[in-house]
Design a protein around this ligand. Structure first.
Ligand code: PLP
Length: 385
């Protein structure tokens, strides 16, 4: 028998869209992919060279379970320069992507039935991580008219004696929006007392910000866990590298989890991570500049086509557009668009019940493909009306 925990796990619907799109491609249909949340850029050459060099130099063995010291130092340097947050290498655990880091944090933090507050919509996998370690996700709806930012007072209403963490993700997947400094401050205040919940902050889209300034939760409180990784900013999804920054008392317990379950992150990829942090600044600036042009173009075209975008997204590489005028069933709508317009989009329901009626468009694709995707979408929707 398959365990209850595993069989209760939901699939990632966007992957269902992608798999159907791939099937259609095998039948010869040309698809424009706006569903996947993965940079289309090649990994910066300084990163690839560092990885190859690491292999040549014999970095093919286990490393320290917390990660290479030089990488942890570079991560601290990054947080100090970018956010003025002073952390020590002994507060960092390097993982094979930020996904294992999420697993480490919730495993160390939650007893059975402990609660974690998450926004709705949210990154699709969060509830599954929480439930897998016997915790309970508690959702707080966020709304288009607030730019999908939490209302701190709504979080406060949901805090109970079982709340162990408040989860934030800014810039956010799926909405592409940022939490303002004032709202972040107010949320950090909810973690103010020793028996208050911790803040867990997924900062994986940090750096991909096109207007204003992004913030780390560490600027506002040290009762926080930071999750971050190299997948998005450095276009390193397949290399699998991430990390968690945690309050000191949690490091040794999480280190034991890492030793038992994962041993260490890949050695040569850690070397590549050091190069990313130290040498890839120009590559990141170039990618960011290109994302921004695509963002502007996509927002304008989606609005022209009739999608609702009340507050324009300024981060990550997503536009979460209101499609209620087309359908209340985003799952059906996403597949209808795929089958008829040959454009892959992610249904809002994948990201929580409050995401129903929305579609997520990713601009991690070339301007040319985005333009073609928008044209196809417009033509199909005009014909459908
Ligand atoms: C918000 C968010 N967190 C975490 C992840 C996982 O990233 P990785 O495991 O590649 O670091 C993703 C991937 O799409 C994401 O969008």
């Amino acid at each position: 028998m398959i365990s209850k925990r595993t069989s209760e796990m939901t699939s990632f619907i966007v992957m269902d869209v992608l798999e159907r799109a791939n099937e259609m491609e095998r039948e010869g249909v040309d698809i424009i992919h706006l569903e996947v949340g993965e940079p289309d850029f090649d990994t910066p050459s300084c990163v690839k060279e560092a990885a190859c060099r690491a292999l040549e130099d014999g970095h093919t063995h286990y490393t320290h379970s917390l990660g290479m010291y030089e990488l942890r130092e570079a991560i601290c340097e990054y947080y100090l320069t970018r956010y003025g947050a002073s952390i020590d290498p002994d507060q960092v655990i390097v993982t094979s992507g930020s996904s294992p880091a999420i697993f480490l944090v919730f495993s160390a933090l939650l007893e059975t039935d402990d609660q974690v507050i998450i926004s709705d919509p949210h990154y699709a996998c969060y509830p599954n991580f929480i439930k897998f370690v016997q915790g309970q996700p508690v959702t707080v709806p966020v709304y288009e008219e607030d730019g999908f930012q939490y209302r701190p007072e709504s979080i406060k209403e949901k805090i109970t004696s079982k709340t162990r963490a408040i989860f934030i993700n800014s810039p956010s997947n799926p909405t592409g929006n940022l939490l303002s400094e004032s709202r972040m401050t107010a949320i950090a205040d909810l973690a103010g007392e020793p028996d208050s919940p911790f803040i867990v902050s997924d900062e994986i889209y940090q750096g991909l910000v096109y207007e204003g300034k992004d913030h780390s939760i560490l600027e506002f409180t040290d009762r926080a866990f930071v999750l971050n990784g190299f997948s998005k900013l450095y276009a390193m999804t397949g290399l699998r590298l991430g990390y968690v920054i945690a309050p000191r008392p949690f490091i040794r317990p999480m280190q034991k989890l890492q030793q038992n379950f994962f041993i260490s992150a890949n050695a040569m990829v850690q070397k590549a991570g050091i190069a990313a942090l130290k040498e890839a600044g120009d590559d990141v600036a170039r990618m960011k500049n290109t994302y921004n042009k695509r963002r502007r173009f996509m927002i304008d075209r989606l609005k022209q086509i009739g999608f609702g975008i009340t507050i324009e997204p300024t981060g990550a590489f997503y536009v979460f557009a209101n499609a209620r005028h087309l359908s209340e069933d985003s799952y059906k709508l996403a597949f209808e668009i795929l089958e008829n317009a040959h454009v892959g989009v992610a249904p809002g329901i994948d990201f929580g019940s409050n995401g129903e009626g929305y579609l997520r468009f990713s601009y991690a694709n070339s301007l040319e493909n985005i333009a073609e995707g928008m044209d196809r979408l417009q033509k199909y929707l005009e014909g459908r009306a």
